[in-house]
Design a protein around this ligand. Structure first.
Ligand code: HEC
Length: 343
């Protein structure tokens, strides 16, 4: 049964609605009629069945896909790259929930977008009956009907003063399979590449030798603690200073060099309290400490080397311990110097 396509142009909505009614009365089902207009009239205006929206499944499908992607990003990643996190769960709920929320939102939006385009008959891959005047304000009514009915439709169109009546053989408007195949093939391939390439890269299935300085960096991993141990073969410069309350190192001989070092260190660490000669002269800080011995040399003379060492390192009453400032060897240098001070 050869079908014919007819196109009539009408200049107002009422006439078009009447024509739709009359054509329907001729036995043409609604699916065979298309109203074309540059104004988005509601289908009710032309007394036509409301358009059923069927793109909701696309939204739901998109949401499901988003959940799947989020699953890969969270559980998939931590499964492939487990990290020691000190006994805690690898997928804490709050950040995981955020990723799920983001991915589900994003993909359901994309689904809605794709579904909406499809519902609006994108892409148009077949020839369509159209007349430029529809863009200028005319309302076009396309009817597809068998020959016998087509004649009657033309009569209806003419009765309502249709501007143009185009009439063509419907066989010329067949969907063109090869174009559909090319279009959907390209869309599918593009989508697959867009999903697969990032996955292949992010899970190191395809390795790209990115320049990465972090590869060469020594890393202290989480929970590992700082490295305190000295490297193998290192010479220890500071052992325990006291063992069982006694200096752990032997006193240094009072050589020329030791006395010189001692003088310098005394000038920095002691003179402000005890005075340069140990006699409190010019001691800017020492003047606030009346208990400081009048002669450090005389006081030191009645103390053993060990006692001097301990006083310097640990302090005594209001005298601060200076262990933090001085190495054991430096402490012995000062002991030698203090001994050399006259009474
Ligand atoms: C902040 C001031 C201060 C500094 C710095 C200081 N001292 Fe003293 N020093 C004192 C005071 C105060 C006393 C008296 C402590 C007491 O017997 O109550 C004292 C006492 C001493 C005594 C006598 C300890 C005893 O057993 O009677 C010696 C020895 C001594 N200082 C040596 C030194 C040496 C050596 C240095 C430098 C490495 C030094 N001090 C740095 C304040 C200081």
């Amino acid at each position: 049964m050869a079908d014919f396509l007819l196109l009539g142009l009408f200049d107002n909505v009422e006439t078009t609605a009447d024509v739709v009614d009359e054509v329907r009365a001729l036995g043409v089902p609604d699916e065979q009629m298309t109203v074309m207009s540059h104004v988005p009239y509601s289908s009710k205006i032309f007394a036509r069945k409301p358009v059923r929206l069927w793109f909701l499944p696309f939204v739901l499908g998109g949401a499901a896909l988003g959940a799947l992607v989020a699953f890969f990003l969270t559980y998939g990643t931590s499964y492939l790259y487990p990290i020691e996190v000190g006994g805690q769960g690898l997928n804490p709920v709050p950040p995981t929930a955020i990723i799920y929320f983001e991915m589900i939102s994003l993909f359901s939006m994309l689904g809605a977008f794709a579904g909406f385009l499809l519902q609006n008959r994108f892409p148009i891959l077949t020839r369509r009956m159209y007349d430029e005047r529809i863009s200028d304000g005319y309302i076009g009514l396309e009817v597809c009907a068998p020959l016998a009915v087509a004649e009657q439709v033309v009569t209806v169109f003419e009765a309502h003063h249709a501007r143009v009546i185009k009439r063509e053989d419907a066989a010329a408007f067949k969907p063109q399979g090869i174009r559909h195949l090319l279009f959907w093939g390209a869309v599918g391939t593009g989508g697959l590449v867009a999903v697969l390439v990032p996955l292949l890269l992010s899970y190191d299935i395809v390795r790209v030798p990115w320049i990465n300085k972090m590869d060469d960096t020594v890393v202290v991993r989480a929970q590992e603690g700082p490295r305190l141990a000295a490297p193998v073969g290192a010479v220890p410069v500071q052992g325990p200073v006291f063992i069982a309350g006694e200096p752990a190192t032997a006193p240094l001989p009072a050589s020329e060099v030791s006395l010189q070092r001692g003088q310098m260190l005394y000038g920095t660490n002691c003179a402000m309290c005890h005075g340069l000669q140990g006699d409190r002269a010019g001691a800017e800080v020492g003047k606030y400490f009346p208990e400081i011995p009048q002669s450090l040399g005389a006081r030191a003379a009645i103390l053993s080397d060990q006692d001097l060492f301990r006083v310097i390192r640990l302090g005594r009453n209001r005298m601060p311990g200076l262990a933090e400032n001085l190495s054991p060897g430096e402490t012995w240098d000062i002991v030698n110097y203090v001994r050399s001070l006259g009474e």
